[in-house]
Design a protein around this ligand. Structure first.
Ligand code: TYM
Length: 330
């Protein structure tokens, strides 16, 4: 029997944070045996904000190496660079014609990014979720493992799939967002009501997967905490609650277990423990990423094979779409 299909991606738009790791990539690894997985490096999404070309190219390879270093098996999964498969842009164009400007302009991330990049509100920024829908629908994905911030985009992909199917007949699989509890919403260390982001300007607000042990521990030591002294998960303690979430996600324990472990201990001890736990998990990932980047041939071979497998699957869906909408094909 064919396995259900999973699709997900990360943009090579900055240094990846521990939020990207526990909210997304780490969960992919647990899915790769039970699903047919497609994981891309979303470089076409990345250029919706200005990128330095040489840096974008370097980050693309670094991200591919990171996927593998986190445990994504490039032989089991299809791992590729989005811009290498032209069908993404082609399907995005078709989907644009069933997307309303109103719904695209209501997307939370579009509104946030328009504010943040007020001097560069380009068409791509608004079209971003439609391209993401094209990514997902091209591969007939049943589920899309993402962090909570991408849920609205996956819901748009669902709406577009249903709308297209209603208008042109059964074509797309309607995807579900797959959001894992715990790591789905890692917050900034300095403003714990905001998400931890790779494009954050203050480097102390985010813990990057490339940070060395001392830096990781230092950042956690400086993390903003709340009044009081008890290590307890509570709505009015966003700082400590975020650190507890991070601790549990990296330690693999429950909130109750963590609270028990730190009963009677102060914030200081707890913050050091969080830092050490995170540093212990990311150190081997960094070492493996470094090894992979030292032999670009091996990495390129994985990406070429991934591109070919992705292009084959994508072309099949695109042909079906073209037939349905009345495009001529020989
Ligand atoms: P991106 O690159 O912003 O983030 C990649 C993944 O990391 C998750 N994430 C987080 N999870 C928990 N806590 C955080 N602080 C945190 N920050 C980020 C994101 O939810 C995401 O799962 N548009 C997507 C990339 C994309 C995509 C796709 C995803 C392009 N095409 C198709 C799924 C399917 C994005 O910008 O992710």
């Amino acid at each position: 029997m064919e396995k259900p299909i999973i699709y997900s991606a990360v943009q090579p738009s900055g240094n990846l944070t521990i939020g990207n790791y526990v909210g997304a990539i780490r969960n992919w690894v647990n899915l790769q045996d039970s699903y047919d997985c497609f994981f891309s490096i979303a470089d076409m999404h990345a250029i919706t904000v200005r990128q330095e070309p040489a840096e974008l190219r370097r980050r693309t390879l670094e991200l591919a190496a990171l996927y593998i270093a986190c445990g994504v098996d490039p032989e089991k999964c299809v791992l590729y660079v989005q811009s290498q498969v032209p069908a993404h842009a082609a399907l995005c164009w078709v989907l644009n014609t069933v997307t309303y400007v109103g719904e695209a302009s209501r997307m939370t991330q579009f509104k946030d990014k328009s504010q943040k990049h007020a001097d560069n509100i380009n068409m791509g920024l608004m079209d971003y979720p439609v391209l993401m829908a094209a990514d997902i629908l091209l591969y007939r994905a049943a589920a899309v493992p993402v962090g909570a911030d991408q849920k609205q985009h996956v819901e748009l992909a669902r709406d577009l799939a249903v709308r297209f199917n209603n208008r042109f007949g059964e074509t797309f699989v309607v995807p579900e967002p797959l959001i894992f509890r715990g790591g789905a919403k890692i917050a900034s260390l300095l403003e714990p009501t905001k998400k931890m982001s790779k494009s954050e300007e203050n480097p102390n607000a985010s813990v990057f997967l490339s940070d060395d042990r001392d830096t990781v521990i230092r950042k956690f030591k400086r993390a903003v905490t709340d009044s009081g002294s008890e290590v307890r998960y509570a709505e009015d303690k966003p700082g400590i609650s975020n650190l507890l979430n991070i601790y549990c996600a990296f330690k693999g324990c429950t909130l109750a277990e963590a609270e028990k472990e730190f009963e009677g201990k102060g914030y200081g001890d707890f913050k050091i423990a969080v830092g050490e736990t995170v540093a212990d998990v990311i150190a081997p990932v960094q070492a493996e990423q470094k090894r992979l980047l030292s032999d670009k041939k091996e990495l390129a071979a994985y990406l070429v094979s991934g591109r070919d497998r992705a292009a084959y699957a994508a072309r099949k869906t695109l042909s079906k779409v073209y037939r349905k909408i009345g495009f001529w094909e020989a």
